[in-house]
Ligand binder design. Structure first.
Ligand code: AMP
Ligand code: ZN
Length: 461
């Protein structure tokens, strides 16, 4: 399996630290607002990566944090007249509503910064003791010059960073490239006691501390959106490697941006659509289908057209799934001959996913498989073949996290099937008025009926 490593800017053969086990960390959201479709791209990308690694037989320990103490949360709390904890709690719940809607599985651990303060203070203390950090007026800064590889991930050498920085005469830092590990408390802000007085952690240190706490000093995969490369991930590397004295991450994985009219979707530009609103318009699963339609590193543009396309693609897959379910119940007895012919599409799918998780090509293979399934089951409408096709379809769909039967869809299925049954019985009893009434009711529900040799089939208009 090949994974593109943003540290080397190359695809590399993936070799985990321990055979069969993967330690993976993705930077999670700062919980002060609902998440937008750009954030959704990141969480869905890592969910697919995790699902695929599990499909390939690895036991994946996946950590995704919540940044629950931060200036934006503190400002939000002031605006709403509630505490920072209340803001964080509310938006963590809202995060899970959207993540679950998108079919994103919970991480193995979702640690919070505020639950990791002891480990953060310990790490900062080690950095101070080793001379990699210094205290000024209750703040603690990382000394960028103490880590010669600084800039390795973002390919921004320290000299360039310093040359580009505006030097403020009041700056208390030794170098403009130094960054805060610990911030002295300002009045009215949440704080914790520390060897440097009352304060709170900087943003970057929390991921270093949570990663070592839950996964150990060296991990296989760490990632997030491309915008996190600098300064966040650059700083994480410097802190972790200086504190732990060993390599931090073997493969750096960064997803590309979701854009709107080719401009990155972001809160600060105001060009964002909340997942909540997009889901109300198109449905969560369509949104997921759209988000996986491109390779995770490619740019992806959010537009009405692409959502409509995603919906049409998903509908085609659901039609295939429903046809197979129908045949599994009503198909002929007979063999599942021909099922081996599907192997070629599964192999293609795996080949695409093995090539740096190329979901775009994998979806292509899935559609080829569906076309094959449709022709095979039309020629040989047996229960046994339908069952084999169904298993193969769902095996691949599950890696992408789509076609997962929704409770509401299932209850619709049951309701429609009961109505069809009642209509058949009314017809048998020559109660045509009742049969027509049921047909009209189904029509009003946008259900179209079709008589086939295997019985009545239905679909949504
Ligand atoms: P934030 O809430 O800005 O801290 O972002 C949380 C995660 O979403 C980070 O991993 C970001 O890199 C990612 N992210 C934010 N905006 C976008 C976007 N437009 N496209 C892709 N990923 C994004
Ligand atoms: Zn992080």
């Amino acid at each position: 399996m090949q994974i593109y490593n943003s540290m080397t800017n190359k695809k590399e053969e993936f070799v985990p630290i321990s055979p069969g086990e993967i330690k993976m960390y993705a930077c999670g959201p700062t919980v002060y607002n609902f998440i937008h479709v750009g954030n959704g791209r990141q969480i869905v990308a890592f969910d697919v990566i995790r699902r695929y690694l599990e499909y390939r037989g690895y036991n994946v320990k996946f950590v995704q944090n919540f940044t629950d103490v931060d200036d934006k949360i503190i400002n939000r709390a002031k605006e709403e007249g509630i505490t920072s904890e209340e803001v964080a709690k509310k938006y963590i719940e809202e995060y899970f509503t959207d993540a679950h809607g998108l079919g994103v599985r919970d991480a193995t651990v979702h640690p919070k910064a505020t639950e990791t303060i002891g480990e953060i203070i310990e790490m900062v203390s080690i950095l101070v003791e080793k001379g990699h950090a210094y205290e000024v007026n209750g703040d603690v800064y990382f000394r960028a010059h103490s880590y010669p590889q600084y800039g390795g991930l973002s390919k921004l050498p320290l000299e360039d960073l310093e040359a580009g920085a505006r030097v403020d005469v009041n700056d208390i830092k030794e170098s403009p490239a130094d960054f805060a590990l610990w911030k002295a408390a300002k009045p009215g802000e949440p704080y914790w006691e520390s060897p440097w007085g009352k304060g709170r952690p900087g943003w970057h240190i929390e991921c270093s501390a949570m990663s070592v706490k839950h996964l150990g000093k060296t991990i296989d995969i760490h990632g997030g959106g491309q915008d996190l490369t600098f300064p966040h991930h650059e700083n994480e590397i410097a802190q972790s490697e200086c504190a732990n004295g060993c390599k931090f991450v073997n493969y750096w994985v960064h997803n590309g941006f979701l854009s709107v009219d080719n401009v990155k979707m972001s809160k600060s530009l105001g060009n964002f659509t909340l997942i909540r609103d997009a889901a109300a318009a198109y449905g969560y699963e369509t949104l997921r289908m759209f988000l996986i339609s491109a390779h995770y590193r490619s740019p992806l543009n959010y537009s009405e057209d692409s959502l409509i396309q995603a919906k049409a693609a998903l509908d085609r897959l659901y039609t295939a799934k429903t046809n197979l379910e129908f045949l599994i119940k009503n198909g002929e007895d007979g063999s599942d001959n021909g099922k081996k012919e599907l192997d070629v599409y599964r192999d293609k799918f795996i080949e695409a996913m093995d090539d740096d998780f190329n979901t775009a090509d994998a979806i292509g293979a899935l559609f080829e498989m569906v076309r094959k399934i449709n022709t095979m089951t039309a020629e040989q409408p047996t229960k046994a073949l339908a069952m084999a096709c169904y298993d193969r379809l769902m095996e691949l769909a599950d890696i992408l996290g789509i076609l997962s039967a929704k409770a509401e869809e299932e209850s619709l299925d049951e309701k429609v099937e009961a109505m069809i049954q009642a209509r058949q019985e009314a017809r048998k009893a020559k109660n045509f008025a009742e049969a027509d009434r049921i047909r009209d009711e189904l029509k009003a529900m946008n259900i179209i009926l079709e008589d086939t040799p295997q019985g009545v089939k239905w679909k949504k208009a």
